[in-house]
Design a protein around this ligand. Sequence first.
Ligand SMILES: [Zn+2]
Length: 147
Amino acid sequence: MSLAELTDVVPGKRIIYIRKSVVTSALDYAKGNPSDEVVGVFRAYDEWPFQEFIPITNILEEKGGEYKVHPQEIMDAIKDTKIIKKDSNCDVMFFHTHPNWLAYPSMTDINEAAFQGYYSIYSIKYDEFNAFYFDGIMWKPRVLCVC
Ligand SMILES: [Zn+2]
């Protein structure tokens, strides 16, 4: 089976390609604020891999167990993307951290997901980084391939 076939399964590609340098940027940013939930966006341009990490401010006063994104920063980060134009959702992967919990979606994450698309969660406590595709109903685990 070709790479194109493996990754072009609807709904939601099974394998997500991401550059090692942007994973390092995101995890360094997370580890620099280990007691806060930090937030960001991975961007791809035309094709995978994801090749840019854009940190987004968590505007909550108490950042230890939740986040709320800075509305202007998130719009600036995704305004020219396919996810906004509703063409595709492959050029954005949302990122946030769980300081003291597993790298799986919390009830808040499930209830408040704004977009159908790719999400990633890094657990500071367990040093685990997982990705998911949210199809509007279910959160489906995805393989992150760091390249
Ligand atoms: Zn969460």
